[in-house]
Design a protein around this ligand. Structure first.
Ligand SMILES: *[C@@H]1O[C@H](CO)[C@@H](O)[C@H](O)[C@H]1NC(C)=O
Ligand SMILES: *[C@@H]1O[C@H](CO)[C@@H](O)[C@H](O)[C@H]1NC(C)=O
Ligand SMILES: *[C@@H]1O[C@H](CO)[C@@H](O)[C@H](O)[C@H]1NC(C)=O
Ligand SMILES: CC(=O)N[C@H]1CO[C@H](CO)[C@@H](O)[C@@H]1O
Length: 461
């Protein structure tokens, strides 16, 4: 609410931007940040990976994010963005309700926070919230849009928006449609555009490719043993220790604190923080080492369901991979004829859209796989979803025309990221094409995703 009021304020008094920025810094910051906020994985705030936004939601670091060199001219930008902060899904609301009932009826002790949970805290999550975008999630996208427009003023501009040179594509899920709408709202507010409708295309074959890949659905999504490592970790000594500590803090018998209950406590702390900016009394159920265990449990799940764990997880993203390079190719081609048709592509999807694509392209690959036994050995793992896919996570490809030719620069969550095994931050486009030539010439969705019987069906038709 406060932030929204300020946003309006910002539009009205945009003359004194510095003043508004100062008030942002006072109001956007919650009283305190939970000590475990860095471990929330896919339920983490974007601000945890970009803490300077707590001082100024419109801050962009030009020296870090500017063109590779002065002679470079941005031609096109393709971004794949995760939806913003959302409510829990129905499944997680049920888990939260289960924990709340248990604590309200069984927990004992005189700790202040426990008293707050039992006497002040209200179970306000309802099943019909169903993972919908919250107001904070709209702001995530509104401000991201404004920052990207500041960073790439020749690509994301009012003129290009009006001339339909910016394409908006989204997953059909309500939280994604609402996010991309908020993104456009951010641009409209920035330029005070009042006479334009929001235009966007739903494309699940690009943004929810995982639903369309039969081999993925059969061998991972619907396969009980595909996530064996996660299930084994649930009964690991590490998870047992977390449960015992929670049981002790609540004075509830250990056997009643199931791994799901421990996870529900983690969810509660993360949702109260991400949605309401509150350091909730629920956060006292877990200390930092507990959070690391629960973070690993989430990372294990993402690793085996969306990342390197199974090759098909990555391969299911082939359509998106090809689409990105097709757009860059097309932009380069059009540009060479002085005929700019599109300057930017804004695509909004899920964490499940980004992780397979990043894995396909070789990012955040650890030498050894993440397994149920590896928790302590994987302390410094690269595959850490808290860092990679918080709410509103974004992967941005920017194509530049430079004196030596085309260059492409990559940003993850507004930070430059090198391509795997390339030490230059904006390599020549042809170097990148060479690097990915195998995928660019292969990575055929039908070949990877069709199951033998469906091939049969197809030939019978
Ligand atoms: C911006 O980026 C530069 C270069 O990496 C860095 O030295 C500087 O500290 C950053 N500035 C802020 C305010 O974050
Ligand atoms: C299910 O997953 C296991 C473990 O990855 C694998 O060995 C098995 O082949 C999968 N089953 C199917 C039907 O794909
Ligand atoms: C980048 O890699 C090339 C070849 O792999 C090497 O010659 C060069 O020294 C590296 N540059 C830096 C800054 O590491
Ligand atoms: C980094 C590391 O030590 N990884 C090990 C994890 O556990 C598996 C067996 O489950 C080993 O094969 C890996 O070497």
């Amino acid at each position: 609410m406060k932030i929204d009021y300020l946003l309006i304020n910002f539009i009205i008094t945009s003359v004194s931007i510095t003043m508004v920025r100062l008030s942002f810094s006072k109001l956007a910051r919650p009283t305190t940040i939970p000590a475990i906020a860095h471990y929330f994985g896919t339920k983490g705030r974007y601000e945890e990976v970009n803490p300077h936004l707590l001082d100024d939601l419109l801050f962009v670091n030009r020296s870090l994010l500017g063109p590779p060199s002065q002679d470079c001219h941005a031609i096109h930008l393709v971004s794949v963005i995760r939806h913003g902060t959302r409510y829990p899904t129905t499944k997680n609301v049920k888990k939260i309700a289960g924990l709340f009932d248990l604590v309200a009826s069984e927990a004992a002790g005189s700790a202040l926070w426990l008293n707050d949970i039992k006497n002040k805290w209200k179970m306000w999550y309802t099943e019909d919230m169903d993972g919908r975008l919250v107001e904070k999630g709209r702001d995530d996208h509104r401000y991201l849009a404004m920052r990207l427009a500041h960073l790439f003023p020749t690509l994301i501009s009012e003129e290009n928006l009006r001339a339909n040179r910016i394409e908006f594509i989204t997953s059909s899920k309500h939280r994604c449609v609402d996010s991309i709408t908020a993104f456009q709202e951010g641009l409209h507010r920035l330029w005070d555009v009042q006479d334009m409708d929001y235009k966007q295309y739903v494309d699940d074959s690009l943004m929810r490719f995982f639903d369309h890949c039969e081999r993925f659905v059969e061998s991972v999504e619907n396969n009980k043993t595909a996530l064996n490592e996660v299930n084994r970790f649930k009964s690991s000594v590490e998870m047992d220790a977390v449960r015992k500590k929670i049981a002790k803090r609540l004075q509830i018998p250990y056997n009643q604190i199931t791994p799901d209950m421990a996870e529900a406590a983690f969810f509660l702390c993360s949702y109260e923080f991400a949605i309401k900016s509150e350091n909730s009394p629920w956060c006292n159920l877990l200390d930092e080492s507990d959070a690391q265990v629960l973070e690993y449990k989430n990372d294990l799940k993402q690793y085996w369901k969306r990342g390197y764990g199974h090759d098909i997880n990555c391969k299911s993203s082939c359509p998106l991979f090809h689409d990105i390079f097709k757009r860059l190719d097309k932009a380069a081609y059009d540009y060479s004829f002085g005929d700019v048709k599109k300057t930017a592509t804004i695509q909004v999807g899920h964490g499940e859209t980004l992780l397979p694509l990043l894995s396909l392209m070789g990012f955040f690959k650890d030498e050894k796989p993440l397994t149920a036994e590896n928790f302590s050995l994987q302390h410094n793992r690269k595959f850490r979803t808290s860092q990679i896919v918080p709410y509103a996570a974004n992967l941005v490809f920017v194509l530049y025309e430079c004196t030596e030719g085309l260059r492409v620069q990559l940003f993850l969550n507004e930070k430059p990221m090198n391509f795997p095994n390339m030490n230059r931050s904006a390599p020549l486009y042809e170097t990148v094409i060479k690097h990915y030539s195998e995928l660019l010439h292969g990575c055929d969705f039908n070949k990877e995703c069709d199951l033998p019987q469906s091939n049969l069906r197809n030939t019978e038709l």
